[in-house]
Design a protein around this ligand. Structure first.
Ligand code: ASP
Ligand code: MG
Length: 462
């Protein structure tokens, strides 16, 4: 059995869905389970519709309705026409409710965005069926996806590990191709929850790990995980292999290829994850699996492997420098600082400390007024906005080399590194620069690590 996940752009319209069907057809002997996102930008359109309902008291679903009804028509899916129309009616009623009470709780928001995936799986399953495949649409919550009630960022409960295979394996045995909603689950009270934006990846890896699938294929619109953001670095290229840790770090630090938590289930079971391009089927893609050293085929020259797997940047970052105003050696300072941030639900990305001071980074979106007030009781605080995190994900055994080369490059292009940290997972070296300089830094690092590899390869042999 394998799991095949297709993101929004891979199922964006009728012709994309036909294309997906073609890809699925090539894998039938491997007993696929499909996991789908909402069609195109439907999730964003649902959130926009809620905004309009809240602000103008109007229910406006024209874009969503048109996309789904046009697709049903183009694919001649009269069998699901009624069901789709019924779901769109339910959506209109929900939006009227939101418009009326002028309130959108996190729970209602999750119910609202669930419509995207509920619509897409029904349409895709009907299409597969219409061309002769034995497919059936499922809502993930009917297949064992049980989560906590942390709406918009829910976490799956342990019992999902047992119930998912109990529900899915009999379908596979019965030669059904399940087409399952990504992104959504239900809590124990029976309310719909979501696993965070981009959460369909996690739905797919969870099914694969729980059912002990041979592989998860994550079909995207890029040739796999790239060495850098192609919008910044023109000759960014796909990485053949990364470890689960590296993939997770890449996701956290700005490579929008996979959901940050998606690696967790497969890491537990060792299930390989393959990132493929649905627009370019023949490209080999990126394989995510256990540590590279264990996988390297004999005879591969270790020296020639670049020490760096990929370079990412995360923008709109705020740097906070906090220096204790108490005497040197005062204990409890760090825990006090962190508990203040935790109390205000502010998530910290990077940290660097000395005995009496700590620098940390946060998303610029947070309002820090209250935090600053509280921190000022024990420390002096300086908030600097307009920063970016540049992360170099790579082989930790060569971290000295990576650091030396990275800093030499920054010095050469005249960029000051304002803070540095080596991630606990030991595959990530991150540093802070001004946001305006980040793209240039990424380009220069990419050139040094990936385009002058032969030069450094020679140096290493000496
Ligand atoms: N449709 C959801 C989103 O756009 C989930 C996903 O695509 O994975 O975030
Ligand atoms: Mg999406």
């Amino acid at each position: 059995m394998i799991v095949m996940k297709f993101g929004g752009s891979s199922v964006a319209d009728a012709s994309r869905i036909q294309h997906v069907a073609g890809i699925v057809k090539t894998q039938l002997s491997r007993k696929p389970v499909l996991v789908l996102s909402a069609m195109g930008d439907t999730t964003d359109h649902l959130l926009e519709a809620a905004d309009i309902a809240l602000k103008n008291g109007k229910t406006e679903i024209k874009k969503i309705e048109k996309l789904h009804l046009d697709t049903v028509k183009a694919l001649k899916l009269s069998a699901v026409q009624k069901e789709i129309a019924g779901i769109l009616d339910e959506l209109t009623r929900l939006l009227s409710g939101i418009a009326l009470i002028k309130e959108l709780t996190p729970r209602t928001k999750d119910y609202l965005v669930s419509f995207g995936e509920r619509l897409s799986v029904r349409i895709a399953a009907a299409h597969l069926k219409s061309i002769g495949m034995n497919s059936r649409a499922f809502d993930a919550f009917d297949l064992g996806f049980v989560s906590n009630s942390n709406y918009t960022q829910a976490e799956l409960l342990k019992e999902s590990w047992d119930v998912i295979p109990q529900k899915i394996l009999p379908q596979i045995k019965g030669n059904v191709i399940p087409v399952v909603t990504g992104f959504i689950a239900k809590d124990e009270k029976g309310s719909i929850t979501t696993l965070g934006r981009g959460g369909s990846d996690l739905s797919a890896t969870m099914i694969a790990a729980a059912c002990k699938a041979d592989e998860v294929q994550v079909w995207k619109d890029v040739d796999g995980i790239l060495t850098a953001d192609p919008r910044i670095v023109k000759n960014a290229r796909p990485v053949g292999h990364v470890t689960y840790d590296e993939a997770a770090e890449l996701a956290y630090f700005g490579a929008q290829v996979l959901h940050p938590r998606a690696m967790q289930p497969c890491m537990k079971t060792g299930t390989p994850v393959l990132v493929k391009n649905s627009y370019n089927i023949d490209a080999p893609g990126t394989r995510i699996g256990p540590a590279l050293d264990q996988q390297r085929s004999p005879g591969t020259a270790k020296k020639m492997q670049p020490p760096v797997r990929a370079i990412t940047s995360k923008h709109k970052v705020t740097l906070v420098d906090i220096a204790s105003t108490r005497m040197l050696g005062q204990y409890g300072f760090l825990s006090e600082v962190f508990s203040i941030f935790a109390k205000h639900n502010i998530s910290i990305d990077m940290v660097a400390t000395s005995e009496v001071s700590v620098s940390l980074t946060l998303d610029t979106a947070y309002d820090l007024a209250e935090v600053k007030k509280e921190l000022n009781k024990v420390a002096s605080v300086e908030v600097k906005t307009g920063k970016a995190i540049v992360s170099v994900i790579g082989n930790v055994k060569r971290s000295s080399e990576i650091l030396a080369r990275a800093f030499r490059i920054c010095q050469l292009i005249g960029v000051t590194v304002q803070m540095i940290s080596q991630g606990a997972s030991k595959v990530n070296i991150s540093f802070i620069v001004n946001d305006t300089e980040a793209a240039e830094v990424v380009r220069a690092l990419h050139m040094d690590f990936f385009d002058t590899q032969s030069v450094s390869g020679t140096q290493e042999k000496k």
